[in-house]
Write a protein that binds this ligand. Structure first.
Ligand code: NAD
Length: 353
């Protein structure tokens, strides 16, 4: 096959394995931090306090919130200055990692991330921020965290429902990665391996959330899928989820979970060759395969259950179709309205002709 591609892979140091949390001080020092500020959400504050105490951090800011509101970033910047910090350690999922990125975007602070969900933000140079309810996305080299610690022991307490939706969120990066306009063979290889690892890990996590082998496989898969998100562009699925999250305030990981089988089915014919290795992981048909898989794990299956009103479906379809973007299958308002209807009521996914 005659191949042509341009690929950008972002450099990050990855420290992976059970017990690697113990390497935090060494990794922070490696980045030149002598007075790190530890970041977390209010929910993970006790973990952040414990870590800060263990490594002798300069302080803790435990106010991270979903969608990186700029007023929270301003408070964190003030805390950073007040304690004379010289770097950030983000302990948590996409919300906390987003705050660390927002700080680094403003002052180029070195970032060490200790990732505790499967969302994948820790390996992308992308930051979504919210100001006055409007979400904007920026990309910059300073946003990419320099080092990531993946310690599966920290994910044992991630509730099963969140583990499932977070992992399906990760899979969505990989599914869109294989048919990206700027796809490349290495990103596609990572995508397939990431989805395979998550597919194998999730039933084990549902059966026994404390199973460290499954937790390790899931975190490995989420690293691969996050790397794909950072390497190539996303299409219909991510745009639809951003519309539903941004304009209708639907929850992030759950929305990805509900939408993924439907968007995968939508693109299954147009991107058939690219998606075949993924379809093979789910019995040959990507849309229904993912739908059955999600259902077997107890994932949310309807936008209705996430709080979307039937009356919002027309506006959601308008928003998605108004702003055309590249997608393997053309984005047509009528077909998108059908897709949203199915996702809203929990009907099986359909591939348009
Ligand atoms: P989150 O970070 O909002 O976490 C949800 C809740 O779970 C929080 O209360 C958190 O403290 C808690 N939590 C996290 N890990 C836990 C653990 N191991 N055990 C128990 N509780 C835990 O959720 P998320 O899905 O990781 O992140 C979503 C956010 O990340 C969204 O704002 C999304 O836009 C953003 N995101 C950004 C990118 C990017 O590349 N910029 C990629 C993916 C997601």
């Amino acid at each position: 096959m005659a191949r042509t591609f341009i690929g950008t892979f972002h450099p990050a140091r990855i420290v992976f394995g059970a017990g690697t949390l113990a390497q935090t001080a060494t990794e922070a020092a490696r980045l030149g931090m002598t007075r790190p500020l530890v970041l977390s959400t209010p929910f993970q504050r006790a973990d952040a306090d414990r870590l800060a105490h263990q490594i002798g951090a300069a302080g803790v800011f435990a106010g991270a919130a979903m969608h990186t509101p700029t007023d929270v970033t301003a408070q964190a910047m003030a805390a950073y200055a007040d304690c004379g910090a010289d770097g950030v350690i983000a302990l948590g999922g996409g919300s906390t990692i987003g705050l660390g990125k927002a700080i680094a975007y403003r002052n180029d602070a070195p970032q060490l991330v200790i990732a505790t969900t499967y969302a994948g933000s820790e390996v992308t140079p992308i930051l979504g921020q919210t100001e006055n309810g409007v979400k904007t996305t920026v990309r910059a080299a300073s946003i990419l965290p320099e080092t990531v610690i993946y310690d599966p022991e920290l994910t044992v307490g991630l509730p099963v429902a969140m583990s499932v939706t977070s992992a399906l969120n990760a899979m969505a990066h990989a599914v869109e990665g294989v048919y990206a306009q700027d796809k490349n063979p290495v990103a596609s290889m990572m995508a397939v391996e990431g989805v395979r690892a998550l597919r194998d890990a999730l039933p084990g996590i549902v059966a026994n959330p404390a199973d460290l082998g499954s937790r390790s496989d899931a975190l490995y898969g989420s690293w691969l899928c996050g790397t794909v998100l950072g390497a190539v562009g996303m299409a219909l699925h991510h745009k639809l989820c951003h519309t539903l999250g941004g304009s209708f305030d639907l929850p992030h990981a759950e929305t990805h979970s509900v939408m993924l089988p439907h968007t995968a089915a939508y693109n299954a014919r147009a991107a058939q060759a690219d998606m075949q290795p993924l379809a093979d992981l789910f019995g040959g048909e990507i849309g229904t395969g993912l739908w059955d898989f999600a259902r077997s794990l107890g994932a949310p299956m309807t936008l209705r259950d996430l709080g979307l009103e039937a009356a919002d479906l027309d506006r959601a379809a308008d928003l998605a179709a108004q702003n055309p973007y590249w997608n393997p299958q053309p984005v047509e308002r009528g077909a998108i309205r059908d897709l949203l209807q199915r996702a809203w009521e929990g009907a099986p996914p359909v591939t348009p002709n």
